[in-house]
Ligand binder design. Sequence first.
Ligand code: ADP
Ligand code: MG
Ligand code: MG
Length: 867
Amino acid sequence: MKAVLGGKGANLAEMTNLGVPVPPGFTIACQTCIAFLRDGHAPDGLREEVTRNLRRLEETAGKRFGDAERPLLVSVRSGAPVSMPGMMETILNLGLNDETVVGLARASDNARFAFDSYRRFIQMYADVVLGVPASRFEQLLAAKRLTNDVETDAELSEDALRELVAEYKRLVRNATGADFPSDPETQLWGAVEAVWRSWTLKKAVDYRKVNGIAEDLGTAVNVVAMVFGNMGDDSGTGVAFTRDPSTGARTFYGEFLVNAQGEDVVAGIRTPLRIEEMAERLPGAYEELLETQRRLEAHFREMQDIEFTVERGKLFLLQTRTGKRAAAAAVRIAHDMVSEGLITRDEAVRRVVPSQLDQLLHPVIDAGVRAREVATGLPASPGAASGVAVFDPDIAEQRAARGEAVVLVREETTPEDFHGIVAARAVLTARGGMTSHAAVVARGMGKCAVVGCKDIHVDANHRRFTAADTVVHEGEWITLDGASGKVYAGQLPTVPSEIVRVVGGQLDASRAPAYRAFADLLGWADELRRLRVRANADTPKDARIARAFGAEGIGLCRTEHMFFEGDRITAMREMIVARDEGGRRRALTKLLPMQRADFEGIFEAMDGCPVTIRLLDPPLHEFLPHGGEESKLLARTLNLSRDQLNRIVDELRESNPMLGHRGCRLGITYPEITEMQARAIFEAAVRATRRGFEVKPEIMIPLVATVREFDNQAAIIRRVAHETLDAMGIDIEYLVGTMIELPRAALTADEIARTAEFFSFGTNDLTQTTLGLSRDDAGRFLPVYIERGILADDPFQVLDQEGVGKLIRRAVYDGRTSRPKLKVGVCGEHGGEPRSVRFFHRSGLDYVSCSPFRVPVARLAAAQAAL
Ligand code: ADP
Ligand code: MG
Ligand code: MG
């Protein structure tokens, strides 16, 4: 019932049903939050219903709200259908006033504790409900420590706390013009409404935006009887995971504080103790906790993140939810749970978020490098990241918007820093534990984080931090290793991750456990998917990597990319600036052997798999000399004067090269280019075949708008194929097809498919031409479009299903009407984007093709689409 009760409320109810010790309470449905925000008041009848449930709660708890003898105190807690850790409000100790505090003191036999709870309540309530900043209470608290000559709050005496309560109330009266509300029911409604309003806090809105959570879910309000972790040394509170959220290891993992209330741990204010130490401090409760976490994990069949409190030796669970985890942990946990018989392979495949796999391929810090280590903290979220230190979330946002890599450094992070965390490459904090909100949020985003780094002293006012004798100012580079918790000065070199090393052949798979879990999971995904996955690869090296990542062919080999390297570009430039066919043929003769060698290497790497080769499609300007040495060299090679060369270059310049002389338009005006490329492909195919490789070339003609363009180029290719294969006495099967990247091609797909043997949707150009949106210039306004909700996503990243997608569907349908067996694929960034992959699956495509490093993402996304 998460949609109604929110995640927290639903799981509290579930735990109650299981017989897990949970304090009694009730939940107000999420929908009332939306009604309240819309109408400005609570729905009719809600008050009566809440009052009725409050009476029931009193009976169950055996305490009464506002009772001076045995007062009931509650927490009023937010909890949305989708977990948003720390983004909304929770108020503890509600129900305290000058009478009930006496009852609490008597019932607990601890007046100091009662007044401490009271002053905490006033501070929290005034901050959240009445809008009096917590910092003003902190100032009074600090002054009290000073005048009482003590270091910590825990040393303040009962009398000092009593005085503080009076001072707090005076502050509230001065700041708001009204007395602090003493009636518990008034307090309750104030808190409930504040929780509802917290749905629209900036941090909550930001969090939903980043995580794609709907705005209209609303938060539930959980009213839960208080239990106290701050009743003395036999009490405490903590947060734990049923498995290690960084590595996925099957070890109970957590942190706790003795004599403290929950917020202290999750808010990252005090750095807590490791959970193992609880065995000594609170042995009975620890045993029960171990047993309970086992039950919860077995029941939910999923790694749980739990919050608990021990009141005088007795354990209470306050929350359980699916734990956020780093990518490596996600894969390992899914894999292990299959081995443990807890979940099926399908479930394992379903549980890993495809885009998370990306993180496993990110580089890590080179262990061999000698670097200046300045401090070590807790390894809260793995990965390596460098950036300039910044000490303020707003500045982090500004500098990141200017394209800088930043690392957010804070004394402690609060959910208010969320936008800064989003902007930063990594997060470093001096205080807080592994289970603090900052750590949980960073892990959920796959962002590197080191927290609780006691070695550093953060001075936000002067925008610097010090660690021993090192001082790092704002704007200076630092590097974090989220796997070891180490902090380094400067920008450190990185090396490929374990998985990438296995894929690249530098590490043996048997020595790489992370790789094995990854490979197994993707193997299970392969059994489930229908959509094939190919890679975009332009060189034999990329082809080998793609294959190692599981690519089942090449969906796009861009021939012009072969010429960006070394002295090859000179030959390419010669070809481009040639004045006549003779000059072009001379340059093409130089290019032919280079292409042939590359194709042969690719065919070899892709033995047995199809390889789609796209004919030359360069926006010519990318290849023109940029003056200086380049021009001098080219002029000399061509035996031209600099002036002559410059004139040619000027003539070649186009005002809109993306819609200019490119794609098949080049091959039509200069057929010798197509001829040379076809020859290189077929000669390479023959050579590779003779060496025993199975070759399946698919030749693709780019930027076709009409079937006549296609036919013109296909005729050349087929003629050259015939000549070459005949002359060499070999028969090789091949296909000639086209890229569909112009709306006109999509609209005339039935005609084109009569002669074209396959389609590959070039979704980058098709997006550009369908939306009339230049990829290179969209940066100026696209962010505004997304911000204002005019476009839901960047259409170059996530396929525009309603527009471009409609063209694709129609072209697939029309194409297959002409040629039922028409092979259809996608090449372009969208081929590795999970939501787009799902769309391609549903649209009946045969394959997607994406960059080699996205292949694992596409394999998993394709399997999830099929489930
Ligand atoms: P969040 O969603 O921010 O984690 P919670 O509602 O879970 O907010 O509250 C935060 C912490 O407050 C909990 O982890 C718990 O330790 C403490 N807390 C909440 N309700 C109670 C309660 N009824 N008794 C004792 N502690 C509570
Ligand atoms: Mg909270
Ligand atoms: Mg919580």
